[in-house]
Design a protein around this ligand. Structure first.
Ligand code: SF4
Length: 280
């Protein structure tokens, strides 16, 4: 997997944004890399790493005027999939969306944090962002571009996950999948952790219920940043492996550690290890 960070600008101000490390990504934090520089970095990444998928992220990648040049260049590496992480607002404009139809391996990942616009807008601290993102997602689906809905789990939404599944079924027919994400406790999420972060044990019941509901609707899903010992085993095959360390006293003795996503150090700092069960 290759990840390319293409800019640092964003029109939202998410209370949980993890992108506090731009200075380490950009040589000059006051300017963005040129297209040639991004091409150069991509070529190097592709020499160094297994290159089955590419993730393009920012900031907000749709701010780049040369995004399509970058996508065209990326396709010369024959990635099986290219994921474009976006807040979705720019896709409010259908004529802009049309440019993406030519990339058959592209999946656009857009967060929608709640079906209540006030809660979504509050989490991203930007008025009207729900209206733009929802319309953007619907526009992309309507012209056949694959959209993965990112649902990051917070105090503000974890009680409403079954209703969220109902909302998706009613309003976003044709969505490619819903990705349930436990937040990284870093950047702004770390600064605001007391108002955002719920321990696994408190939200897992509602996650399971919501996954059941999506299955009933035949809507696909994936699960990111969930340890196996928290998650019902019937969902393990739907987890995405995350790069967490497992050198804690429980995971290091667990027989699932080679296939499990483990648990983040930030999580252990905040909540400890008590929720983890060791598999013998
Ligand atoms: S104890 Fe650690 S490795 Fe084992 S299932 Fe839980 S999180 Fe995964």
């Amino acid at each position: 997997m290759v990840t390319l960070t293409v800019n640092k600008h964003c029109n939202l101000n998410c209370s949980f944004c993890s992108n506090d490390n731009f200075d380490s990504v950009f040589d000059d934090p006051n300017s963005e890399p040129s297209l040639n520089e991004l091409k150069r970095r991509l070529s190097i990444f592709c020499q160094e790493k297994k290159r089955d998928t590419l993730t393009i992220t920012g900031g907000e990648p749709t701010f780049r005027k040369d995004l399509f040049d970058l996508l065209d260049y990326s396709n010369s590496f024959n990635f099986s999939k290219i994921f474009l992480l976006s807040n979705g607002c720019r896709f409010y404009y259908l004529d802009y969306c049309q440019h993406f139809t030519k990339y058959s391996n592209l999946e656009i990942e857009i967060p929608l944090h709640h079906f209540d616009s006030n809660i979504h807008n509050g989490l991203v601290r930007t008025p009207n962002s729900f209206k733009y993102a929802l319309k953007g997602i619907q526009n992309l689906i309507s012209i056949g571009v694959k959209v993965n809905l990112r649902l990051i789990l917070f105090k503000q939404n974890y009680l409403d996950l079954v209703e969220y599944a109902n909302f998706v079924n009613k309003n976003l027919q044709g969505i490619n999948k819903v990705v349930f994400i436990y937040p990284r406790i870093e950047g702004s999420a770390k600064k605001n952790d007391d108002s955002l972060i719920v321990p696994y044990s408190k939200l897992i019941f509602n996650v399971h219920k919501s996954l059941e509901k999506l299955s009933e609707f035949n809507i696909d899903y994936e699960i990111l940043h969930f340890p196996f010992c928290i998650l019902n085993s019937k969902y393990w095959s739907k987890t995405l492996k995350s790069p967490y360390a497992m050198d804690n006293s429980i995971c290091s003795k667990c027989n699932k550690k080679s296939i499990c996503s483990g648990i983040s150090i930030d999580y252990v700092d905040k909540f400890g290890l008590l929720e983890l069960k060791k598999f013998e």
